[in-house]
Write a protein that binds this ligand. Structure first.
Ligand code: IMP
Length: 429
């Protein structure tokens, strides 16, 4: 069946890039449908670590790559990534939707200025200009990739964009909006010719693939709790991260989606500010951060660490219609005596099993934990056995944990990922 969506069920950084890289071989094309260069998808191939921010994670599998209308595209980041991939001698077959919006210099300035204005209530944005780009899209003051097609279109689109951004930067933030806008226009004219060959009607291309019975893998960025509506608003990103945004963010029918893989780590992490009910600190947090290399792929910031939040993951899986859970980074928890999973939020004398929408209420909540016996660190021998024998070679206590996840998240577990390499993943059937 035609299209599979992959989404994160936590706060991003669940290991989606690796899962996509592992599964991409079974698909004809990999398409991004949301977010922009705030995403950081890490892929490890035979010991070499690569992080992509805009290019779909199927790049190293040499798949057709599509960037849909729902994505916001920073041309500078895109061109840099294309150069990096060219240096690896990997051919790139890329098409970018003419309807996707461009993230430009003024957006990045505005992101930084707005975070500064918020002071101690700053969102903890990646400062990649994402929210201002989506804001301009909604305000009808944005520039789209298709506007790069020729000089006249670019000039026309820049008139509205430039006027609005000059006014905003100068009058609201007291910056030199004139120069910022001019520099951005000059630079855009310089790079337009290099983006032009990739511009396409991606909806048409994707639908043609489906019509030929080809298979699409639709790659979500960020995670459920950063969704602009369902996340811990206002500590969220500026787009939808639900699987249902995939067809809208590419322009394919909803009925083409046959499977939704929800990726969740065996523990939680979050970068940026905002409530985090299962957050832990001290030595345990530090050692998991180190073992799991939990530092932002886009900003390098240390990620906040917590136990698995099943209240959140269950809600996320239900809302996105997840058909199978992909549990990642189980190896990072190896060697612990016990592993905790939050199955309820304690709010005064009430136990909540659905996360409240208000951050004030969320901040009051304390985790109620279910305890699991820990499993040993995976040895070279267990890695070898897993590769040969599959899931039933997982340590017994880890298998018990994985099987319990089906009930706590109310969703079958389809895959377990136990290491960073594309081959470190087993199917549970
Ligand atoms: P923004 O989308 O850059 O404005 O950031 C908004 C919030 O989403 C911040 O807390 C970021 O740290 C977080 N965020 C954005 N993209 C990602 C991602 O790909 N992984 C994890 N967190 C992200």
């Amino acid at each position: 069946m035609p299209a599979t969506v992959i989404v994160g069920l936590q706060w991003g950084d669940e290991g989606k890039g690796k899962v996509i890289d592992s599964l991409a071989g079974n698909f004809d094309a990999v398409a991004r449908f949301n977010g922009g260069s705030n995403a950081g998808h890490t892929v490890v191939v035979t010991g070499t670590t690569l992080a992509f921010h805009l290019l779909p994670s199927g790049v190293l599998q040499r798949k057709k790559l599509l960037i849909g209308n729902g994505v916001v595209v920073d041309p500078e980041v895109l061109l840099k990534e294309l150069e990096e991939v060219a240096a690896l001698n990997v051919p790139v077959d890329l098409m970018i939707s003419d309807r996707a919006h461009l993230t430009l210099g003024p957006h990045k300035f505005r992101d930084r200025l707005e975070e500064g204005r918020r002071g101690s209530s700053a969102i903890g944005s990646t400062l990649r200009g994402i929210s201002p780009t989506y804001a301009d899209r909604a305000a009808r003051t944005g520039i789209r990739v298709g506007d790069l097609a020729d000089d006249d279109s670019l000039k026309l689109a820049f008139e509205t964009f430039g006027a609005w951004n000059r006014a905003l930067l100068t009058r609201v933030y007291g910056e030199d909006g004139e120069t910022i806008a001019k520099d951005s226009f000059d630079r855009l004219k310089e790079v337009a010719g290099r983006i032009r060959p990739y511009i396409a009607d991606v909806s048409k291309v994707a639908n043609d693939i489906l019509a030929r019975r080809g298979k699409l893998l639709l790659e979500g960025a960020q995670g459920f709790y950063l969704d602009v509506d369902f996340g811990t608003y206002p500590y969220v990103t500026a787009t939808h991260t639900l699987a249902q945004y995939a067809p809208a963010g590419i322009g394919v029918p909803s009925q083409s989606i046959e499977a939704v893989l929800g990726v969740a780590k065996a523990y939680c992490t979050r970068v940026g500010a905002g409530p985090f009910v299962t957050e832990i600190s001290g030595q345990m947090a530090e050692s998991l951060r180190k073992k799991g290399a939990e530092y932002g792929a886009t900003t390098g910031r240390p990620r906040r660490i917590g136990w698995f939040d099943a209240v959140a993951a269950k809600y996320a899986a239900r809302a996105s219609g997840v058909t199978e859970l992909v549990l990642t980074k189980v190896d990072v928890l190896g060697g612990l005596d016990r592993v905790l999973v939050c199955d309820g939020y304690l709010d005064g004398d009430r136990t909540l099993t659905e996360p409240p929408s208000s951050i004030v209420a969320l901040r009051r909540c304390r985790p109620h934990y279910r305890e699991f016996e820990g499993w040993p660190d995976l040895t070279a021998e267990s890695w070898r056995k897993l590769g040969k024998e599959g899931a039933y070679a997982l340590p017994a206590k880890l298998l018990t944990f994985v099987e319990a996840m089906r009930d706590v998240v109310d969703c079958p577990v389809g895959y377990v990922s136990y290491g960073p390499d594309r081959s470190d993943i087993v199917r549970l059937s």
